[in-house]
Ligand binder design. Structure first.
Ligand SMILES: C[S@@+](CC[C@H](N)C(=O)[O-])C[C@H]1O[C@@H](n2cnc3c(N)ncnc32)[C@H](O)[C@@H]1O
Length: 252
């Protein structure tokens, strides 16, 4: 660790990660010890962070973890989201498209998606998806969506209000928001560490992490500027994710 650094967050993350590996069937020899080694190395500075990444890759944990994220996380989210959506659904910043793919597997046919060009090397989007690249000045009304999905997107945006304003301008009547919220157990620094770990250790996502994490109440307050907000689920477990997600539905 860097001298004088607060070790409580890396330790809490290591514990949550090891528990998640066991819970979600991601095979790791000695999960507690391996999680502590990887996390301490990641927290110790740039050079040792590369070693942490190499450990995840070389042990096969990275590949097994990413498989769970692509398959099981996406399936779990699709099952949660489905009861609240009306087609066509627009997946705003759809990432690798795995959630759209899982929604399609559940029979959702009319899907649209947008993502920043070059953000993801591979796409799992179903072929029939109406995909258009995302731009800061995008007109989201072109998708004609009845539901907008913002799945673990808002806390990554330097200006989440700007993105929400774009969805509001498109007059999409229902929004489904998935967020990982700040709680007493999962602090703001914990989520910031998790973002950096996912982007710079598990995978390589070449965009800086921003500090837009909020509590569930803070998300409700922000979303209530746009419509009526329902907390569909305050906290649920998602495969591959070492902290809970929350599900909110906004009606305009
Ligand atoms: C965790 S991904 C979620 C993707 C997809 N909605 C899902 O749930 O699978 C976060 C989204 O935020 C965007 N993003 C912006 N800045 C980011 C950052 N620093 N780290 C990760 N994602 C970032 C990505 O383009 C991506 O679409």
């Amino acid at each position: 660790m860097i001298a004088g650094a607060d070790v409580s967050v890396p330790r809490a993350f290591a514990r949550a990660m090891a528990e998640m590996w066991v819970r979600d069937g991601i095979a790791v020899g000695e999960p507690g010890a391996f999680a502590a080694t990887v996390t301490e190395s990641f927290a110790a500075g740039a050079d040792s962070a590369k070693a942490a990444s190499a450990l995840l890759r070389g042990s096969g944990v990275r590949a097994r973890w990413n498989d769970v994220l692509r398959r099981d996380r996406a399936a779990a989210l699709a099952a949660r989201i489905r009861p609240f959506l009306a087609e066509p659904l627009l997946d705003v910043l759809a990432g690798d498209g795995s959630v759209c793919r899982a929604l399609s597997d559940l029979g959702i046919a009319r899907l649209a998606a947008t993502e920043r060009t070059g953000a993801y090397a591979e796409s799992a989007l179903p072929a029939a998806t109406d995909f258009r690249p995302f731009a800061e000045d995008v007109d989201l009304s072109q998708f004609g969506a009845s539901t907008a999905l913002l799945s673990t997107v808002l806390h990554h945006e330097p200006d989440p209000v700007r993105l929400l304003d774009a969805v509001a301008r498109a007059a999409v009547p229902r929004w489904i928001v998935v967020e990982n919220c700040v709680t007493a157990e999962y602090s703001r620094p914990f989520h910031q560490f998790a973002d950096r770990f996912f982007n710079n250790c598990l995978n390589e996502f070449g965009v800086d992490c921003v500090e837009q994490h909020r509590t569930l109440d803070e998300w409700v307050d922000l979303l209530a500027r746009y419509g009526s907000v329902t907390i569909a689920d305050a906290a649920f477990t998602v495969p591959g994710i070492p902290f809970p997600y929350s599900l909110l539905v906004v009606g305009l």
